[in-house]
Design a protein. Sequence first.
Length: 161
Amino acid sequence: MVRGAETPGEIFSGGRAIPAIIEFPTIVQQAVEQFGAVFANEPERCYFVEYLTGLQVAAKKNVSGINAEFAETTDQSCLNRWLTQAPWDVQELNRQRLAWLQQDSSTRYAPSGIIPIDNTLVDHAGKLIEDVGYFWDHAEQRHKIAHDYLIVNYVCPSGKH
């Protein structure tokens, strides 16, 4: 929840945004109840909740951007270490997530579902940015320096995805 703002970062103090997340969204609280056992301890579950909340509501979806949105938090390096070095099982979390989706008829796998694939080029001027490359832009009919994001999503017959 964001106190007094429609989007994160809208609360200002002296011309600068102040951290605005003071409560975890209900859907994130439900996710930690469902998947909390994947994590070894309470601190890991807390980082999971912070990360999910940040992906949903933070203006910048990177570790420092997510961390900056919280009114009460630790140094951003803690979240970064949890994401990159903690021994939690990403595959087990995904297995449980997929099994959970099968419990609801509107999100179950179906033989008539589709998987749309979209790649999006994000232009960059610099060549030293991590993972940037030269890509052919079919819309502009030219090569450009960009990140090439691939978006893949399963859409079931109910329309949920």
